[in-house]
Every structure is written in C-alpha cells, then in structure tokens.
Design a protein. Structure first.
Length: 187
C-alpha cells in the first residue's frame, strides 16, 4: 500500500511552548491531587504524547524527598469521532474503561475539545462505573466549535477554529509524531 502524500504544515504551538505549559499543568494537577491516588485516563489515540509528557510532569512536580506525592495509575479508553476527514461524524465508544475505575479519582486526558460530543459521551459512560470524581485535562480547546456544553478543568491552550495536527493529533492517521502543533497549509 502506498503512503498518502503529506500537506505542508505551519507551526501553531512550538515544542518548547507545549513543554512549558505541560510543566505548569503537571504542577497544578500535583497540587490538586497531592497525597491521593489518581487514575490518568487517556483517550486513544490522540492523547498519547500529551498523556506521556503530562504523567512525567506530575512526577517531576514533587519535591526531592518525595514527602508529598500523587500515586498515578494509567487507564485508556478509545472513542472515534472523525473518519479520515476534518468534519465531525458520529461519536462511538470503541473501548471503555474497566471496573477498576469504580470509586477512583479520574482525570480524563484529552488531546482536544472541539464540539464537546466526545467528552460528553465519555463522561456519561464513566458515570455508569461510579467513580469518586471525574475531571478533564485537555491540551487544546476550540471553544468556537462547541455544540454541547462541557466543563474542562485544565486547559493547555485555547486555539481558533482551525484544524490542527501534530503532538498526537492526526489527519487521516498522519502527523501524529510531530513534536509541535501545526496547521495544514492548503495546496
Ligand atoms: P469533539 O467530540 O468534537 O469535541 O472532538 C474531539 C475529538 O475530535 C478529538 O479527540 C480529536 O480526536 C478530534 N479532533 C477535533 N478537532 C481536531 C483537530 O483540529 N485536529 C485533529 N483532530 C481533531
């Protein structure tokens, strides 16, 4: 099978900007969940790079003697809302979290909140598992596209109404490994 041709891209959020903000988010989350056990719930596949860096940022926020800590566990869910296009389609839950989430503090780690439909479906699903608390951390927020109101507790960056790729986000499964967030240039 031949590879799809890539479009040129322009950087919207640089690698250093991403890493600085993630460090801040990690410190904030560490403070908020200090001495608690927290389940980081990654939404596959777009959140993987953010998830990995955020998990390390939470660890690095503790002091050297580790007198204060956050015990982190990892879980993943998978939802699908785009089918190789830049327009939303129906949201489906492909892989749900396990019963392990019952009675736990959960922090959903999302790549981007756009219409809000993915997050709404996920939160409804999680409520059936009776968690202790559910909060949301999204790297990117596109508030201008919201169709369903959602609460996002931790936001990395608010971005304009534009389709972005990189740092986990894809277009037709490409660009996920860019270390920055970019906008595709029309050709
Ligand atoms: P929502 O359900 O419309 O809020 O969309 C959430 C999901 O749509 C995200 O987890 C992404 O997978 C995808 N998505 C939304 N906007 C973009 C974008 O600009 N680039 C890539 N994926 C996006």
């Amino acid at each position: 099978m031949s590879a799809t041709k890539s479009f040129p891209e322009s950087v919207l959020i640089s690698e250093s900007c991403l890493q600085n903000r993630i460090r801040e988010l990690g410190a904030q989350i560490f403070t908020d969940y200090e001495n608690k056990e927290l389940v980081l719930l990654g939404v596959l596949r777009g959140s993987v790079l953010f998830f990995a860096d955020l998990a390390r940022a939470i660890f690095k926020a503790q002091d050297e003697n580790r007198t204060r800590e956050v015990l982190l566990r990892f879980e993943f869910v998978q939802l699908m809302s785009y089918q190789d296009s830049t327009r939303p389609s129906t949201v489906k839950l492909i892989r749900g979290g396990s019963d392990y989430l019952t009675e736990r503090h959960i922090l959903i780690v999302e790549d981007i909140v756009d219409t809000g439909r993915t997050l709404t479906l996920l939160c409804e699903h999680l409520q059936t598992l009776n968690p202790k608390t559910v909060k949301v951390c999204a790297l990117l927020d596109k508030p201008s596209q919201r169709q369903v109101p959602v609460v996002v507790d931790y936001i990395g960056f608010e971005i304009p109404d534009t389709f972005v790729v990189g740092y986990g986000l894809d277009y037709a499964q490409q660009y996920r490994n860019l270390p920055y967030i970019a906008v595709l240039e029309p050709i």
